[in-house]
Design a binder for this molecule. Structure first.
Ligand SMILES: [Zn+2]
Length: 244
């Protein structure tokens, strides 16, 4: 199966947090979208890899993505090594996406930083014909970054206003992470209600940059190229000329 967009997340809930609304929007526009979780999230304080996989599949269903795989790399021990690059390269070659998404480079979680490096390097190496990994060479033309723990000035903002509630529903499908099950879960940074509130506020802030209710920011390191200026949208969308 060939995908238009492939989003990589270090942990099973990261993609929905950083770029869930954009993925839902592109599914709705008819594009084939997939998610690859690098780890099963086994180092998370709450939940087990089995529970987290079920939650991730439920979230994938809410978002409508075509596929969600997990590479089972070691949680909290991601490293930029040939051993960890190979499965990422192979999955890029398998799905041959036009757009690859990974986490932004600055983040306090070491896994997020390494996932950024892994995705970036794998996207390049996947295009080398003689790189020793399975599959035919494929270099995704566009590699983008979404925000997790850190935020910077975005290169692009996607209006996700109509899809924001669905994005939050996909996040909340990870009940072992964002809810506190009485007597079972330990209080953490992410199951504090302020965490979900802060995600909402960030999406509102990104939206404010383009004057919409909710947005998701994207960083693009390379120079963005555009063929059709008419597909570009600025901050002010609806300028109506006053009829005389
Ligand atoms: Zn994470």
């Amino acid at each position: 199966m060939q995908l238009d967009i492939l989003a990589f997340g270090p942990h099973p809930d990261d993609v929905e947090i950083g770029i869930g609304g954009t993925l839902i929007k592109h599914v709705e526009m008819g594009y084939k979208v997939g998610i690859v979780d690098l780890t099963a999230g086994e180092s998370g304080t709450n939940g087990t890899p089995e529970i987290r996989r079920q939650e991730a599949l439920r979230a994938a269903e809410i978002m409508g993505v075509a596929v969600r795989d997990c590479l089972q790399l070691p949680d909290a021990r991601l490293a930029v090594s040939e051993e960890m690059l190979r499965p990422i390269i192979e999955i890029i070659r398998r799905y041959r996406p036009k757009v690859v998404l990974g986490p932004y480079s600055k983040d306090r979680h070491p896994d997020h930083v390494r996932a950024h490096q892994l995705v970036r390097e794998a996207a390049h190496l996947a295009g080398l014909w003689k790189y020793p990994a399975a599959g035919e060479a494929h270099r995704p033309p566009v590699v983008l970054q979404y925000f997790l723990g850190g935020t910077a000035e975005p290169s692009l903002v996607v209006d996700i206003s109509p899809y924001h509630e669905r994005k939050m529903a996909a996040i909340c499908a990870h009940a072992s992470q964002f809810g506190i099950r009485a007597g079972r879960d330990i209080q953490t940074y992410v199951n504090d209600p302020d965490f979900l509130r802060s995600l909402r506020v960030r999406d509102q802030y990104m939206g404010s940059l383009i004057q919409v209710a909710y947005g998701e920011g994207i960083v693009m390191d390379e120079q963005a190229a555009i063929d059709d200026l008419m597909t570009l949208r600025g901050r002010v969308r609806h300028t109506r000329r006053r009829e005389q």
